[in-house]
Design a protein around this ligand. Structure first.
Ligand code: NDP
Length: 300
């Protein structure tokens, strides 16, 4: 069997165009222009690329985009002050502080300072709780993107065995909540899990969020499973020339695609969904802040 390749890039394009439609309606019918503020501290090159992409795509869907760049040596107090200002700014409906922040700043303190109503990453304790009990609000972008791809591929997920590898607050744990809400039987594996390959072999759905290049092999995959590879790992690619690199996922794509029914590639799978879901979440928060029902096709 050769798996269907799940095209996250094209699904994300479709999602962005739905977002643009909802932005248009919010403007025309309610006079609301959803606004997303992105804050970056320091000059980490990867973060700079993410932030530039986010700002570009925000503008492309018709939202207001605000970008704040603080120097590497900005103090925690300065960052907290900026977050406070954005919390109070009525033109801003979503606040994203690009992580990681420099070591002298306590990331948890910054996250907790964000008004949960504007927390488009769904990192604040209030929003983590809302996702857990199924109240409306922003849902963590990467897990939301994975869920959308899975529903599109499989329809109902009810009764399926899902194995998530990784238990981070960013991916693994919110993914667990979302799959549970969709009535999967969920197992969350991590670095202490024993016989990981056997655990993964039970899965109808595999979500890999480990951060280890090509760790999950084809012979760990149950024939016919759907595989969502969240991992983004840069590895040397001597075949492209000296010092060159390429991106790979946490799943060994070459062997896994021979066993799975469907699989996301890296790049072009989950990655593009994450930014599209950030935009979707900004429409959700802009709606809720204005006491409107958020569009159901943009959330979990
Ligand atoms: P973290 O490092 O926060 O978490 C990794 C998880 O993997 C931990 O729970 C860890 O277990 C587990 N783990 C590590 N080694 C093993 C192992 N040998 N066997 C089983 N489990 C293991 O990573 P993130 O969740 O933040 O990210 C995971 C990957 O997803 C990364 O490659 C990251 O770049 C990528 N990513 C991609 C995004 C996208 O948009 N596509 C967005 C966010 C992340 P333990 O808890 O026991 O330490």
């Amino acid at each position: 069997m050769t798996a269907k390749i799940i095209d996250g890039k094209s699904f994300a394009e479709g999602l962005r165009s739905r977002v643009a439609g909802h932005v248009e309606r919010l403007k025309a019918e309610h006079g609301i222009t959803p606004g997303l503020a992105v804050v970056i501290v320091g000059h980490d090159p990867a973060s700079q690329v993410y932030v530039t992409n986010k700002a570009k795509q925000t503008a492309e869907v018709g939202m207001a985009s605000f970008k704040y760049e603080l120097p590497e040596d900005a103090s925690e107090a300065e960052l907290l002050e900026l977050v406070k200002r954005l919390n109070a700014d009525q033109a801003v409906h979503g606040i994203l502080v690009q992580l990681p922040v420099p070591k002298h700043i306590d990331a948890n303190k910054v996250i907790e300072a964000i008004d949960p109503a504007k927390d488009v990453d769904s990192f604040t304790p209030a929003n983590v709780g809302k996702v857990q009990i199924g109240l409306p609000g922003p849902v963590s972008c990467t897990p939301l993107g994975c869920l959308m791809l899975l529903r599109d591929e499989l329809g109902s997920l009810a009764g399926l065995n899902a194995v998530i590898i990784g238990r981070s607050n960013l991916v693994g744990k919110p993914m667990m909540q979302l799959l549970l809400r969709d009535n999967c039987t969920v197992t969350v594996a991590h670095s202490r899990t024993q016989n990981l390959a056997d655990v993964v072999r039970q899965a109808d759905i595999v979500v890999a969020a480990v951060g280890r290049p090509e760790m999950i092999k084809g012979d760990w995959i149950k024939p016919g499973a759907t595989v969502i590879d969240v991992g983004i790992n840069r590895v040397p690619a001597p075949e492209k020339g000296e010092g060159k690199t390429r991106l790979v996922g946490d799943v060994d794509f070459t062997s896994a695609k021979e066993v799975a029914a469907a699989i996301t590639p890296v790049p072009g799978g989950v990655g593009p969904m994450t930014i599209a879901c950030l935009l979707a979440n900004t429409v959700t928060t802009a709606s809720l802040i204005n006491n409107l029902v958020p569009p159901s096709d943009l959330t979990a």
